[in-house]
Write a protein that binds this ligand. Structure first.
Ligand code: HEC
Ligand code: HEC
Length: 452
């Protein structure tokens, strides 16, 4: 090699390493933000326009502030209840991050319960599809759930043990609405972190379909499935993206259902309160609650707020332990579901989200994660053990933002390692490969996750 070639080689090598480094840092392409403090999940897209920033700020206030009962003098934010779970979106999505399950027998709002009865699509005949733990004055709440944990032990290949918490739930229903169905099952759901959702909404449907492999044709033990759900506004079946079971197709519908079921706030999409037949009779007498509680303009602002919450940049990418951790993450199969790099499409609700290379660590598909993670609902289209791969961007900032750490759909995992050790079903091979790593290699994987 002559001197000219060596210089050219060095030049190309430097350019390449700058590009590849930049890519691993920018989790949301041009939208990426770089703060690492407690407000790291609450920032607007780095490339946001002035008009969308204004909408973001207005949407933020409807997301953060407590709603009040109607009638009130604060008419901009009234209509809460009469049955509800929390008074504001941020009551559960704390600082745009995740919720916490009840601790030390104190009740908390960050974990809610869907109610399933085999063969009944509208949930429990008396309580409906979701338990409301709070109610307006003069109205009775539906009940509450006691949470207890059984401690179980898992052993790594080198003999080290780790203890895991298996939750047990007991529904204490309020007798005013009648006995719950004898076959009622509780599906616990922790409030999810909300960064980068606009980007996930902007991924082309085909990109997601190309990742799916429902019949496991490539025989790698992983069969990601798409969840087609009814868009309640258009009446059409659409690809589900949001929620722990990919059960909502868009941020608009996710927001409207959150207002209805979590806060008792009706909209043009859901103009009627979510009452069972029996509740209709009992509650209508005491409440005079006419018309949609939130108008379309406000609903739209909240949706824009969600669409413009930016994902935080990956940190410490230069550290050797992080780099080695990423190699192991790929080697032991984590990236087969927690897909590292995706592109958003050229069709997006707002321009800032178009054509971005993003690193969300999800395929947005459903995977069978084994019996230990099942909510027991085996009769529905999406089985109890199927969950959508959660995005991992921002996961290393959980403690900084939320002040506590609870992972998985029900918050049973108290740290990243426990979350990995619960992987079963299609994720079992990956968990086993992790258990066979040396203690040092495991710490690399965890360091890598903390850098996200
Ligand atoms: C009672 C607690 C609670 C309240 C209040 C609440 N949420 Fe949620 N949120 C959740 C839970 C639990 C999930 C997961 C739902 C599921 O799996 O179906 C969720 C999921 C979401 C998602 C999907 C996230 C993802 O990664 O797919 C969005 C978006 C969202 N909520 C927005 C809102 C907005 C906007 C409000 C206020 C109108 C709100 N939420 C109020 C608990 C809450
Ligand atoms: C078969 C697909 C699949 C594979 C392989 C997989 N995961 Fe997951 N992962 C999931 C799903 C689905 C969940 C949600 C399960 C639940 O909440 O019950 C999850 C949850 C997690 C969580 C908790 C996220 C949160 O927001 O609570 C972490 C952390 C995680 N996985 C890391 C890993 C690591 C590290 C590996 C490799 C050792 C791995 N995963 C392999 C599908 C997978």
């Amino acid at each position: 090699m002559n001197a000219y070639k060596i210089v050219l080689f060095l030049f190309l090598f430097t350019v390449f390493s700058i590009i590849s480094k930049a890519e691993s840092v920018l989790s949301g392409g041009k939208t990426t933000v770089f703060q690492k403090g407690p407000n790291a999940f609450g920032l607007p897209l780095a490339n946001i326009t002035r008009a969308n920033r204004r909408a973001h700020v207005v949407g933020n206030s409807f997301f953060n502030k407590n709603w009040v009962f109607a009638p009130s003098s604060t008419t901009a934010r009234d209509g809460l209840g009469p049955l509800y779970h929390a008074r504001s979106c941020s009551g559960c999505h704390v600082r745009d991050g995740r919720g916490a399950p009840p601790q030390n027998n104190k009740s908390g709002v960050g974990l809610l319960f869907r109610l399933n009865v085999p063969g009944l699509p509208s949930g429990d005949p008396n309580l409906g599809k979701q338990l409301a733990i709070n109610a307006a004055p003069g109205v009775e709440p539906e009940g509450k759930v006691h949470v207890k944990y059984e401690i179980i032990k898992e052993t790594f290949s080198n003999g080290e043990t780790v203890s895991l918490r298996k939750p047990q739930y007991k529904l204490v229903a309020n007798p005013v609405y009648g006995e719950p169905h004898p076959q009622i099952m509780l599906s616990p759901r922790l409030a999810q972190p909300l960064v980068g959702l606009g980007l996930l909404e902007s991924i082309d449907e085909n990109t997601i379909l190309n990742l799916a492999d429902p019949d496991d044709k490539d025989k790698d033990g992983i069969s990601g499935k798409v969840n087609y759900v009814l868009n309640e506004e258009s009446g059409k079946a659409e690809l589900g993206r949001f929620g722990w079971k990919a059960n909502q197709p868009s941020l608009r519908l996710q927001t409207a259902i959150a207002f209805l079921r979590d806060m008792g706030i009706t909209s043009s999409i859901h103009p009627k309160e979510d009452f069972s037949g029996k509740q209709e009779k009992i509650i209508k007498n005491s409440q005079n609650d006419e018309g949609p509680d939130i108008d379309d303009a406000k609903l739209k602002r909240v949706v824009t707020y969600l669409r413009t919450l930016a994902p935080p940049a990956q940190r410490d990418t230069g550290a050797e332990t992080v780099r080695k951790g990423e190699e192991l993450f790929i080697k032991i199969g984590c990236a087969k579901c927690h897909v590292q790099t995706l592109m958003t499409g050229s069709n997006a609700a707002i321009n800032e989200l178009k054509n971005q290379t993003i690193r969300p660590y999800t395929d947005l598909l459903l995977h069978d994660m084994g019996d230990a993670l099942s909510d027991g609902n085996t009769k529905s289209k999406v089985s109890g053990s199927e969950w959508r791969t959660p995005p991992l961007w921002g996961i290393g900032l959980t403690e900084t933002v939320n002040g506590n750490v609870f992972f998985l759909h029900d918050g049973r995992a108290r740290n990243l390692q426990e979350a990995i050790m619960w992987h079963g079903g299609e994720g079992l091979f990956s968990k086993e490969a992790y258990s066979k790593l040396s203690a040092q290699e495991r710490s690399f994987v965890l360091n890598f996750l903390r850098s996200l």
